[in-house]
Write a protein that binds this ligand. Structure first.
Ligand SMILES: *Cc1c(COP(=O)(O)O)cnc(C)c1O
Length: 495
């Protein structure tokens, strides 16, 4: 992009008096905005011609990096390819122009999509029922924990106020538990990165509402002790919550419901190929075992005996309980639901089984190809992702941050860095199942090259990126004193 011609900020391109667009004349003179409600001075807007505006924003958009631009191995985030067919279905006017309050008989197709996705998720996870109302993973966690709290309270069991969360958990786990009004108890990991069962035992008691687990965990490792952990937690009266935000490695391999989990959430915007990032719309469906279905929020979609679909709004017993009724507006982010359903149908029953094994193979291939130059703190087979603890050669002072910045010069998005917090130089890599061996080999080659540069020309790595539109930024300054507005001087000058 040519920043000189088309500007970093649209304000820098402003030429007072230029008109890019004019509104039509007011055809309703009797409906003038009352004088006392009008602004005293003109709005401080940049004044540019239309072509300049179009070029400014088009050139900026070309600076975006997405899965469609290049390899994006962001661990814990599953930056999966979003096929255009998903977008085509989500953009169909028959879906786009629906009104959430129109009668059931006029939107049978939409209700069927919702219902079928609920059923597909049940089949993929081994749970009895799903709600697709929650709008994010964290929102799903809160919904699931509310269902757990309702379950205990419905039995008159009011002592259960604690949730056990592993020290390797995603930050949203303790946050959701706190929002739900529950207390958080941390359980430690062993040196090989799995939940420490011996540390867990003394935490269990009649005040435990649930234990939250991520499997494979944040290190990409399969929690082998789950059957024993589930037995221990159930024996004390608690429930097992599965954080299924990253369900990718499990597709076709195993099901949380079969492992002893009672409640879970899934991120449609990670595992099921709907785009995410930058806080865009998401979807965090929540599934429960059969005897907890009544604690899921409403509305939900039911299939009637005549094959038609209907929206169920109230609890079966006719009571309305806001704490376990609506969790969001209507049925959630419907366009995300459409994309996920399209993705599942595109793959079909047979091919969806290959997602987990291929993602796992790709991750292990990268790990094994790089572990002689990057520090692998926990060796062995990983699932869909893994964590390096910086460069193996500790004689250089090149950090994980430097490696990540240097990758940008080579046209790759950086992996997740400095998370999980278990290591000082975490570099968390997650390829997805769609990447070819050639793409992955290219990434491995560049990672090896950077390790080489760190040794021979460390300054080159420490001052990277060199080819990006913006080079090193001062992270601390940007976080502590962000400049988010433009100080207009144009109008002041005129006055
Ligand atoms: C992404 C993620 C979440 C949170 O999902 P959001 O949609 O960002 O709220 C929770 N747990 C894990 C393990 C995740 O990777």
């Amino acid at each position: 992009m040519n920043n000189k011609l088309y500007g970093n900020l649209i304000f820098e391109l402003s030429h007072p008096g230029t008109c890019g667009y004019s509104l039509p004349n007011n055809r309703f003179p009797h409906h003038e905005v009352p004088a006392e409600m009008r602004r005293a001075n003109d709005a401080e807007l940049p004044e540019c011609d239309e072509m300049t505006v179009v070029r400014h924003y088009t050139n900026h958009s070309a600076n975006n990096f997405g899965v469609n631009n290049g390899f994006y191995p962001l661990g814990s985030c599953t930056m999966k390819y979003n096929p255009v067919i998903n977008e085509e279905v989500a953009m169909m006017p028959q879906f786009q122009n629906l009104h959430p309050l129109q009668p059931d008989y006029t939107c049978q197709g939409a209700l069927e999509v919702y219902y079928n996705l609920q059923k597909a998720l049940c089949e993929l996870t081994g749970l009895a029922e799903f709600t697709i109302n929650p709008c994010a993973g964290a929102h799903g966690e809160l919904t699931g924990l509310m269902a757990i709290r309702s379950y205990h309270q419905a039995r008159g069991d009011h002592k259960r106020v604690k949730v056990i969360v592993p020290d390797s958990a995603h930050g949203t786990n303790p946050a959701s538990a706190a929002v739900c009004g529950l207390e958080i108890v941390e359980v430690k990991s062993t040196a090989n990165g799995l939940v420490d069962v011996e540390d867990l035992k003394p935490l269990l008691g009649d005040d435990i509402a649930a234990m939250m687990m991520t499997n494979p965990n944040t290190l990409g490792l399969f929690e082998k002790e789950i059957p024993e952990i589930a037995e221990l937690v159930h024996a004390c009266g608690g429930l097992m919550y599965y954080d299924g935000a990253n369900l990718n490695p499990m597709l076709g391999a195993s099901r949380p419901g079969d492992m002893g989990f009672d409640v879970m959430h899934i991120n449609l915007h990670k595992t099921f190929s709907t785009p995410h990032g930058g806080g865009g719309p998401g979807s965090g469906p929540v599934g429960v075992r059969a005897d907890m279905v009544q604690f899921l929020p409403k509305p939900t979609v039911k299939k009637l005996d005549d094959g038609s679909f209907t929206l169920v709004n109230d609890l079966q017993d006719g009571t309305y309980d806001v704490t376990r009724n609506h969790i969001g507006a209507f049925l959630g982010n419907f366009a995300v639901i459409l994309r996920a359903y399209t993705y599942i149908l595109t793959l079909g029953r047979e091919n969806i089984k290959m997602v987990g094994p291929l993602a796992t193979l790709n991750a292990n291939y990268i790990k094994e190809s790089l572990k002689d130059v990057y520090e692998l703190p926990i060796p062995g087979v990983c699932k869909h992702e893994f964590v390096f603890d910086g460069l193996k050669d500790k004689s250089t002072d090149v950090t994980t941050m430097d490696v990540a910045k240097r990758l940008l010069d080579y046209g790759y998005h950086a992996p997740t860095i400095y998370f999980p917090l278990l290591f000082h130089q975490s570099l968390m890599i997650e390829p997805t199942e769609n990447e070819s061996k050639q793409t992955i080999d290219g990434f491995i080659e560049v990672m090896r090259k950077i390790a080489d540069e760190a040794k021979n020309t460390p300054e080159l790595v420490k001052t990277a990126p060199h080819n990006a539109p913006i080079t090193r930024v001062d992270d601390v300054l940007a976080a502590m004193h962000p400049i988010t507005t433009y100080r207009m001087i144009v109008n002041d000058d005129k006055q």
